[in-house]
Design a protein around this ligand. Structure first.
Ligand code: PLP
Length: 392
């Protein structure tokens, strides 16, 4: 085993795929301290700038002193605290349907999908779906059909061929590495035509898109369609930790009795639920933050046109700059780092071979000047490393 692992790790090094964790020594915000130095960061999914918000920390501290840290058991035994109940109420009043909470988005999907479908059923999933969805589908043992990214004609063909008992379409609302949205109106029309259901992973859409930040479906005017099962996560725009699924009452009731990652795990500390209640209050009223985020996105989209690399046409806080090879992408990320800017190099297997990229994540706590600083630095690097730029 040791030999196989050592060889595998050596291969990662050769392929420039070895990962390295940097150590953040301040709170999560654009100007932070990492590995002992000050950097301007475009790495965080803290889209609304709430991760370091004092109201979230205050709510957490208050709940911690009043309720202690441990919850002692799972929700169904004795771990369901008043703060968890308040959180589910706040979510239901914001999102308009009952909700069930989970410790993280990853554990939510690996518990929910197998509870929704089993081996008699079929799953139809976008090829660029998040890893947690792939894993949830595998665990469900339903037959799985992958359709080309955002290709609804391909999806239609697969649905047409299926005679499964129940059909579940599984998609991201906003795709993690490209920043584009799922074509939800067309997918919902197919779900109605073929009597299918939709599991929408809205990890990146919640708080960012739609009326009061209700997410991708709201953006398309389809909020709370009965065929939609919406997963929202709280590690990104909500600035905290956790996840919830929002669906018709019978679905939520079923999931409470069948989603194994809800049942067989200790409830999260009440302080997280308390911080989320504060976060939901802010997210609902954060139109100013969402408008500023759109201004930052427009600034990057406009400014990146002059660069010798391909900026993906995204209208969301996830902005990709496709470089191509792993080596060039790492070199560019290192050059930015030398310039005081932290941007992650995203490489296979996270993205397809040959499409390694910088992923620029924008947050409402960035300023327009921060985006300009990134653009100026990239322009300077492109000019001083012509071979790198010509790779694009
Ligand atoms: C981040 C992310 C998750 C995982 O959520 P966590 O709460 O971080 O576990 C799931 N799906 C998508 C699309 C994500 O981007």
């Amino acid at each position: 085993m040791f030999e196989r692992f050592s060889e595998g790790l050596a291969a990662l090094t050769r392929e420039h795929r070895r990962r390295h964790r940097r150590i953040v020594q301040s709170s999560q915000q654009p100007h932070l301290t990492v590995d002992g130095v000050a950097k301007l960061s475009f790495c965080s999914n803290d889209y609304l700038g709430l991760a370091a918000h004092p109201a979230l920390a205050a709510a957490a501290c208050e709940a911690l002193s009043a309720s202690g840290l441990g919850t002692g058991a799972s929700h169904l035994v004795s771990g369901h605290h008043l703060w968890h109940e308040r959180l589910e109420e706040a979510l239901a009043s914001w999102l308009g349907r009952p909700c069930l909470t989970f410790a993280t988005g990853y554990t939510a999907s690996v518990g929910i999908i197998p509870a929704l479908v089993d081996r008699a059923d079929a799953i139809f999933m976008d090829k660029l779906n998040h890893a947690s969805l792939n894993d949830g589908c595998l665990l469900s043992r339903a037959s799985t059909h992958r359709f080309r990214h955002n290709d609804t004609e391909h999806l239609r063909q697969l649905l047409e061929k299926s005679d499964a008992r129940q059909k579940l379409i599984v998609v991201d609302g906003i795709f993690s590495m490209d920043g584009d949205m799922t074509p939800l109106p067309a997918i919902l029309a197919l779900a109605e035509a073929f009597d299918a259901w939709i599991y929408l992973d809205d990890a990146h859409g919640i708080g960012v898109l739609g009326e009061q930040g209700r997410g991708t479906a709201s953006h398309f005017g389809l909020h709370n369609h009965p065929r939609l099962i919406q997963l929202v996560t709280f590690g990104k725009a909500a600035g905290s930790q956790g996840a919830a699924v929002c669906a018709e009452p019978v679905v939520i009731d079923w999931l409470m009795h069948h989603a194994r990652s809800h049942i067989f795990t200790t409830a999260a500390p009440a302080l997280l639920a308390a911080s989320l209640c504060a976060s939901i209050d802010i997210m609902q009223q954060a139109d100013d933050r969402r408008a500023h985020l759109q201004a930052l996105i427009a600034r990057w989209q406009e400014g990146s046109r002059g660069l010798p690399w391909a900026a993906l046409p995204s209208q969301t806080p996830i902005q990709g700059l496709v470089i191509g090879s792993n080596e060039d992408t790492l070199a560019l990320a290192n050059a930015l780092w030398q310039d005081g800017i932290w941007v992650p190099a995203i490489r296979p297997p996270t993205v397809p071979e040959g499409t390694a990229r910088l992923r620029i994540s924008l947050s409402a706590s960035h300023t327009l000047a921060d985006v300009d600083e990134l653009l100026v630095s990239l322009t300077r690097i492109a000019q001083s490393h012509p071979t790198q730029a010509s790779m694009a």
